[in-house]
Design a protein around this ligand. Structure first.
Ligand code: DC
Length: 227
């Protein structure tokens, strides 16, 4: 980075463990945490299910009033949309899939990319998403790409939902994950892929502590390296 900000990017597919790790790394470093998937989800909720068939200008108009900010730091960082906390209603599979569909539209990506870059200007942060290391923060201090098999990711998601008292059919969750992977990896703009300089971590056989230790080890090495 051209200044002293510390920017750590964590990209990867749904269910790879990005959110848990990004929060923990942000807490350990004492910096803000940015969940860019939540921004796509907020946009999806605002635009609604018919938006993918709207003409570009209508999408632009609907997005125009949407603003984002961050409050706090570490694992308590809150993403605010138009000054209000982004609520739990963005966390459904349906909103996730609509977010993924809207994320294929260049107009939506351009709007959120600018909002993400603006939030990055605010100071050091850990940013998680699909294109943080490739597109939004190409000069990040440290880049990570977390991956795991679709089966492992679906099992984790199913367990998470059960813990939240929302039991779900594991086969349906696996199908949802495959459908979203397909769309996120194959879109023309900013497809999900590791940046050439990202550290790739397969989390299939690692627990959260193991992945956290691996990330912090890299971040620590980078900090000790001569400028
Ligand atoms: O991380 P998530 O599952 O909450 O993200 C929801 C969708 O948003 C994801 O399937 C694709 C899109 N997304 C994106 O295209 N780029 C990002 N940086 C973050 C999310």
């Amino acid at each position: 980075m051209p200044d002293s900000r510390l920017v750590v990017t964590i990209d990867g597919p749904a269910g790879a463990g990005k959110t848990t790790l990004a929060r923990r790394v942000a807490a350990a470093l004492g910096v803000a945490y940015l969940d860019t998937g939540a921004m796509f989800r907020v946009a999806a909720l605002r635009l609604g299910p018919d938006a993918p068939s709207w003409p570009g200008p209508a999408i632009g108009e609907a997005l125009a009033g949407l603003s984002f900010s961050l409050r706090g730091a570490g694992s308590d960082t809150e993403l605010l949309a138009c000054g209000e906390s982004a609520g739990d209603e963005i966390r459904t599979e349906a909103v996730g899939y609509l977010a993924s569909t809207l994320a294929t539209l260049p107009r939506v990506r351009a709007f959120l990319r600018q909002a993400q870059k603006d939030l990055g200007q605010r100071g050091s942060l850990v940013a998680e998403g699909r294109d943080m290391g490739t597109v939004v923060f190409p000069d990040a201090s440290h880049k990570f790409f977390l991956d795991a098999s679709p089966e492992v990711r679906a099992a984790r998601r199913t367990a998470q939902l059960a813990a939240m008292g929302k039991p779900a059919d594991p086969d349906e969750i696996l199908a949802d994950i495959r459908r979203r992977d397909e769309q996120d990896r194959n879109r023309a703009e900013a497809p999900l892929r590791p940046a050439p300089d990202a550290v790739i971590i397969d989390t299939s056989a690692l627990d959260v502590d193991g992945v956290f230790a691996a990330i912090m080890d890299h971040v620590g090495q980078g900090r000790r390296a001569p400028a």
